[in-house]
Write a protein that binds this ligand. Structure first.
Ligand SMILES: NC(=O)c1ccc[n+]([C@@H]2O[C@H](COP(=O)([O-])OP(=O)(O)OC[C@H]3O[C@@H](n4cnc5c(N)ncnc54)[C@H](OP(=O)(O)O)[C@@H]3O)[C@@H](O)[C@H]2O)c1
Length: 266
C-alpha cells in the first residue's frame, strides 16, 4: 500500500465493461464508501450506459502504460472486473499491480458451466475449434461479440444469425443477418428467435451471468457449442459484487489503521 500520508480520499480503479463493474461502482457510491471511484472502459461501445463515479475511456498502452497511469493517478487499489474473456487486460492488470506491489482483486462472474455442470458436454477449447467443427450448411446463431467474428470469416457453407447492441455488424465473406437487440430477453423471446430463423446450432462463449438463450436451445433440442473461458489471472478472485465490496472495505480499514499508527508514531 502507498505509504505516504493521504490528504485526499484513496482512489480505486475499476477495470470495467461489465455489469459487475457497473454494479460495484454504483454500490460504492450509494453506500458512501470513502474512496474515489474511477471506472475504466476500453472504449469499444459508442454510447456506454452512464456509470456512477468517474469514468475514463481507452487503452492504457499495455502494461507499462497501465503502470504509468496507476502511479500518475496515485491509485490505491485495482479491481479487475473485466469480462471473463478479456484475458489480455486481466493479465496486464496482474503484471502491473504485482510490479507496483499494489492490491488487486479479480471480480469475475461464475461460469455457466459451474452453475449447470451438464453444460460441460458442450464446451470447446476455442471459437476457432467451433468454427472448424460446424456442420456444413448449418444455420448458426452466433451469440458472440463483434471482436470474435474473425474465427468464422472463412466459413462460407453456413448461414449466421448475429445480434449487436447498437449497430449492425456483419463481416465480409459471411452470409447471414445481424439484428440490433438489447440484453435481458425472456426465455420465450429467445425460443421464438431460434425458431423464426430455423437455427440448427447455437454458438456462444461461457460468459456466465443471466441469459436465456442456452435454456431456449436446450428446450428446443438445438445443439449448442460453447467456447470455454481462458484461465483467470493468478491471485485473489471473487465472483460476486458483494464479496468485492467487502474486500474493498477491509482494505480501506487496514489502510486507515496503518495511517493512524503512522501518525501516532510521529
Ligand atoms: N471479450 C468479451 O467477450 C467482452 C464481452 C463484454 C464486454 N467486454 C469488455 O470489453 C472490453 C474489451 O474487451 P477485450 O476482450 O477486447 O479486452 P482484451 O482483449 O483483454 O484487451 C485488449 C486491450 O484493450 C484495452 N482494454 C481492455 N479492457 C479495458 C478497460 N476496461 N479499460 C481500458 N482499456 C481496456 C487494453 O489496451 P491497452 O493494452 O492499450 O491498455 C487491452 O490490452 C473490456 O473492458 C471487457 O470487460 C469484453
Amino acid at each position: 500500500m502507498h505509504g505516504s500520508l493521504r490528504a485526499s480520499l484513496p482512489k480505486l480503479l475499476i477495470l470495467g465493461g461489465t455489469q459487475e463493474a457497473r454494479a460495484l461502482a454504483q454500490k460504492l457510491i450509494e453506500q458512501a464508501v470513502p474512496v474515489a471511484v474511477i471506472t475504466s472502459l476500453a472504449g469499444r461501445t459508442d454510447k456506454p450506459r452512464p456509470l456512477a463515479g468517474q469514468v475514463r475511456r481507452g487503452g492504457f498502452g499495455g502494461t507499462d502504460g497501465l503502470k504509468h497511469y496507476l502511479q500518475a493517478e496515485n491509485i490505491t487499489a485495482v479491481i479487475d472486473a473485466t469480462h471473463p474473456f478479456a484475458a489480455q487486460m486481466s493479465q496486464q492488470a496482474f503484471t502491473a499491480c504485482t510490479d507496483l506491489h499494489m492490491p488487486r482483486l479479480r471480480l469475475e462472474r461464475g461460469s455457466w458451466q459451474e452453475e449447470t455442470p451438464a453444460l460441460s458436454e458442450f464446451l470447446k477449447p476455442s471459437l476457432a475449434c467451433i468454427a472448424a467443427d460446424l456442420p456444413a450448411s448449418a444455420r448458426v446463431f452466433l451469440a458472440i461479440g463483434r471482436q470474435d467474428l474473425a474465427a468464422f470469416t472463412g466459413q462460407r457453407s453456413c448461414w449466421f444469425l448475429m445480434r449487436s447492441l447498437s449497430r449492425p455488424a456483419f463481416p465480409q465473406g459471411v452470409q447471414g443477418k445481424c439484428l440490433v437487440q438489447g440484453p435481458g430477453r425472456t426465455l420465450y423471446a429467445e425460443m421464438a428467435l431460434l425458431q423464426a430463423h430455423r437455427i440448427s446450432v447455437l454458438v456462444t462463449k461461457d460468459s456466465g451471468g443471466p441469459d436465456h438463450k442456452i435454456q431456449a436451445a436446450l428446450r428446443l433440442k438445438i445443439p449448442i457449442m460453447i467456447a470455454q473461458r481462458p484461465p483467470p489471472p493468478p491471485g485473489l478472485g471473487v465472483k460476486k459484487v458483494a464479496a468485492a465490496l467487502d474486500w474493498i472495505i477491509r482494505l480501506l480499514a487496514q489502510e486507515q489503521t496503518s495511517l493512524s499508527n503512522h501518525q501516532h508514531a510521529l
